[in-house]
Design a protein around this ligand. Sequence first.
Ligand SMILES: [Zn+2]
Ligand SMILES: [Zn+2]
Length: 217
Amino acid sequence: MAPNARLDHRNPLVFDTHELGRRPGALQRLTREIDAPVDLGIQGVVGVPEGAPVELELRLESVMEGVLVTGTARAQAEGECVRCLEPVELELEADFQELFSYPDADDRGRVIAEPGDDAEDDEDRFFLEDGLFDLEPLLRDAVVLALPMQPVCQDDCPGLCSECGARLLDDPDHHHDAVDIRWAALQGLAGSLEPGEKDEMSGGVPRSAPADEKQEK
Ligand SMILES: [Zn+2]
Ligand SMILES: [Zn+2]
């Protein structure tokens, strides 16, 4: 385990197990809402925006060698459909479980679990520090596992037209004449001069939110 700075109990992702006590079998349930830390998610793909609310539900259980932490994190994640590039919002629910060991159990060499053949086992272990533990690494791993590597706006999103880049969901009958693509493109151009159809090529331009329209009153 890397030597780390002492945990700060004011950090919203640091939890205190003193109230739980060390009697095996003792249980404590708690909930906490935190602001999402920076880069919570799969970078550049989908994640919880920094500062967005994350609801944490934790169950702390005192066991012989430490505290078993089981919990769920819920938040709203945002990303971009990998097929049509439209913004995607999804409900994130990430479960986690980890044992935080008492450091003294280790000092005396009385690790309850069989010591591993190599030291790497030890690096994967989490320890309590002065009765505190840091949920952040656990939360990060759980969130990454719970998020889709390839988010889509809907399961059957057909993506973008390979000929002209139009979003096929908006235009299900969209097709090009394979025999004479250039002529079809010209026809498409003529049709696209109607108002509201011009922005199809840009794709990534954010559409104005409904909230904006209300504000104009
Ligand atoms: Zn899509
Ligand atoms: Zn097209």
